[in-house]
Design a protein around this ligand. Structure first.
Ligand SMILES: [Zn+2]
Length: 748
């Protein structure tokens, strides 16, 4: 009896303790953590802290907001409120392999709003994952922004852990800004620079995905032996902005994504998975992680064989905005010969219509005065017999507000409407002797726009072209559209999923008509590799830097510089042209393109360019007296037209002879080999295809150099140089020259 009583009392006490501890737990848990092989992520009142063993950088937030949410009033689209994590305390609960932060009724200025936020922290392999959702139950307000999770207080010195950003083909930052050297400008085209924010006394870099300034959804603080990967594994590839900040006061860095969204009253928005990965190894580890994930989000376009074997294009403006005709249709036969003399096997037809370039869009009718439809069909057949393909131009987003009846009939209605109720537009004014053109920006999800653009692709195919270029569709960032007439909610984030769907539908439809027909666009981003076979480069890294800029990278004097390795290694299947708005290349551009597996381009835009190509006549500034934005003629005046024509052909022939590696192989950066050289002017990259590895060695300097390449597990087969055939692998490499060393894997 006594024993029964004891057991009874024990049970009561136990139950009481359990209840007490449960209550106490709910009130007292103000921090939680998740641990894996890479380290520990802790959430507390101070924010997010990441503990690592020191090989990968950790972070220690000092009361930085972990997230913020922006809402906008729907009645007049004017007022905005920003909720901050600093004003809101979560209920923390544990989950399968992590924890959840739940915020019910967000607080702003002491007042509660019916918006809920859940953030789910967990392990994803060796990485930390943050997902969640936002529920909006506030009438008349739409959630338009979510920033987070913010990782701040990152103890990474950029000299040892450079920041690599997916700006264009890639950009690397090796030095933090300071009041003395704010690094607020870069000389290379399309690069990012630091800006200063007075309010927070910090510097920041911002770039928009998907646009030419952010082409992928990941960045890294990448040391030689380890780094911190920060990437959005957002299968919808939604609109977002990288924010990387630097605080001089405590010498720390921060990183976050600012997402654009439109979560209407009564709706819920899924926060895409954010991966934070303190890894061991080189930056390639982050690239591999992103690539493996990316393949689960979309299928990369199967590029037709003819394009895989293509060297690049001659971008040809046939008729300019001021009606000046540079090339009639029949002249394209001669242009094809001129292109082949330089190794280029595609012609891009710009300004091929009655209106000329950047005029009367979206009217794209062959010009009777330039030879008419029959003339165009005939010449495209002719050049194809010579081995030259053709791509026909259409602007993917611009609608001319003057000169046609389309603007009033339909164009104005389907243009993007900004928050202030004004039509979004671009102004293109190219000549003093022709008026400026104001183009509305089409809202890409409108059926009317899709129908017009599809008809143009069908027309291009019927004319005998091998593809269509929808200009500009991988250049600009997504935006908000406030038009009530487009069949989407108001507001809506446009130029994101609507843009992918638009291109996907056209590309898929055209495959049913002609499987060899390709769709191109200008700019670059990873998600459009779903439908784009070749990109018309217009971004950092497609623009080839000057030799001073490239040398500053090699000798370590530049605080930030191009890093094309980043995109090309992550997506070796990328086919893009370099960008060179001139009728001639130089050795730097050609050698660079070879080393990074890029396709070449030349451009003929003006009458002076035509004379240069046909007569080797070097332009003078007066040749461009009526052009508003004068072309930079430094390049074209610095090269010997005949000599450079020869080298262009030699390099492109060399690429074609070795296309199994250079065009079709996988760019493998500096993996798999080592190079010994006394001078940092020599750089080398590897390409892999099956059992072969090619190592491209490039001497960027002014002197001959000796070097030695070692490829463990491989045997050297041969070495070759443009225009020289086989050469001795170990002889000195000439100034401003490239050599390919081909190695074969040893049989075990
Ligand atoms: Zn719209």
């Amino acid at each position: 009896m006594r024993q029964v009583f004891s057991t009874f009392y024990l049970l009561v006490i136990l139950i009481l303790i359990c209840q007490y501890s449960e209550v106490a737990a709910k009130e007292s848990i103000s921090s939680a953590s998740v641990t894996n092989a890479s380290g520990k992520l802790i959430f507390s009142n101070d924010g997010i802290k990441i503990e690592t063993d020191g090989v990968a950088p950790g972070s220690d937030s000092k009361s930085e907001a972990v997230w913020s949410i922006k809402i906008q009033n729907l009645s007049d689209n004017s007022s905005e409120i920003i909720f901050s994590e600093r004003d809101n305390k979560p209920v923390i609960s544990s989950s399968d392999n992590g924890f959840v932060l739940s915020y019910n009724d967000l607080i702003y200025n002491g007042k509660r709003w019916d918006i809920d936020l859940n953030l789910i922290f967990s392990n994803n392999g060796d990485a930390f994952s943050v997902k969640g959702d936002i529920k909006n139950n506030v009438q008349d307000w739409v959630v338009v922004g979510f920033t987070g999770p913010v990782i701040s207080g990152i103890k990474a010195e950029l000299a040892g852990y450079p920041l690599i950003m997916p700006c264009g083909l890639g950009q690397k930052f090796t030095k933090a800004p300071s009041s003395k050297d704010s690094i607020n400008k870069v000389s290379f085209k399309g690069g990012l620079a630091w800006k200063y924010d007075q309010a927070t006394s910090s510097f920041f870099v911002k770039s928009d995905y998907p646009s030419r300034f952010a082409t992928m959804q990941w960045c890294s603080f990448a040391g030689d032996k380890g780094g911190l990967y920060y990437g959005s594994h957002d299968k919808r590839h939604g609109s977002k902005h990288f924010i990387v900040s630097y605080k001089p006061s405590n010498n720390t860095l921060g990183v976050a994504f600012e997402h654009d969204l439109a979560c209407a009253p009564g709706a819920q928005w899924q926060i895409p998975e954010q991966i934070i990965y303190p890894y061991k190894g080189s930056w390639h580890k982050g690239a591999n992680l992103y690539r493996d994930w990316f393949k689960t989000s979309i299928d990369i376009q199967q590029v037709p064989e003819w394009l895989k074997n293509s060297s690049g294009w001659m971008l040809t403006i046939m008729k300019q905005q001021n009606n000046e005709v540079m090339w009639n249709y029949a002249d394209l036969s001669e242009l094809a010969d001129i292109s082949l003399e330089r190794g280029l096997d595609i012609i891009g037809l710009f300004g091929w219509t009655i209106g000329g370039h950047d005029k009367f869009y979206p009217y794209y009718e062959p010009d009777p005065a330039m030879g008419g439809k029959e003339g165009l069909e005939k010449v495209l057949k002719e050049i194809k017999k010579k081995g030259v393909r053709s791509i026909i131009y259409a602007n993917g987003q611009l609608i001319d507000q003057n000169g046609t009846d389309y603007w009033e009939k339909e164009g104005k209605r389907i243009s993007v409407l900004k928050r202030d109720g004004m039509v979004d537009y671009q102004k293109w004014h190219k000549y003093y002797d022709a008026p400026a053109r104001f183009h509305g920006m089409a809202c890409l999800g409108c059926d009317e726009w899709y129908d017009i653009m599809l008809r143009l692709a069908i027309q291009a195919n019927e004319l005998g072209a091998d593809g269509i270029l929808y200009d500009q569709l991988a250049v600009t960032a997504p935006k908000f559209c406030y038009s009530p007439d487009h069949g989407h909610a108001v507001p809506a984030v446009v130029y994101a999923e609507d843009r992918y769907l638009f291109l996907r539908k056209i590309s898929e439809y055209m495959k049913t008509i002609n499987k060899d027909f390709v769709v191109m666009t200008e700019g670059l981003n990873d998600v459009e590799m779903e439908s784009i076979s070749m990109f018309h480069g217009y971004e950092n890294g497609a623009y080839v830097p000057l030799i001073e800029e490239f040398s500053a990278r090699l000798n370590g004097s530049a605080p930030t510089f191009i890093f094309p390795e980043m995109f090309k290694y992550t997506f070796p299947e990328l086919i893009t042209t370099t960008r060179n708005p001139a009728p001639v290349n130089n050795r730097l551009i050609l050698n660079y393109a070879t080393m990074y597996g890029l396709r070449s381009e030349l451009e003929t835009r003006y009458a002076a360019d035509v004379r240069y190509l046909k007569e080797n006549r070097i332009p003078v500034p007066e040749d461009y007296s009526n052009v508003i934005s004068k072309p930079n003629i430094d390049l074209v005046t610095s090269e010997d037209p005949v000599g450079m024509k020869g080298y262009t052909k030699e390099v492109i022939d060399f690429q074609r002879e070795n296309s199994g590696l250079l065009w079709r192989g996988n760019f493998n950066d500096d993996n798999g080999f080592s190079i010994k050289c006394n001078n940092n002017t020599v750089i080398a990259k590897s390409f892999v295809s099956g059992s072969r590895m090619g190592v491209v060695v490039w001497n960027t300097g002014k002197d001959k150099e000796t070097f030695e390449v070692n490829v463990p597990g491989y045997t050297l087969e041969y070495a070759t140089e443009p225009g020289k055939g086989t050469v001795n692998a170990s002889e000195k490499i000439s100034a401003e020259s490239i050599r390919l060393l081909v190695w074969k894997k040893n049989n075990r």
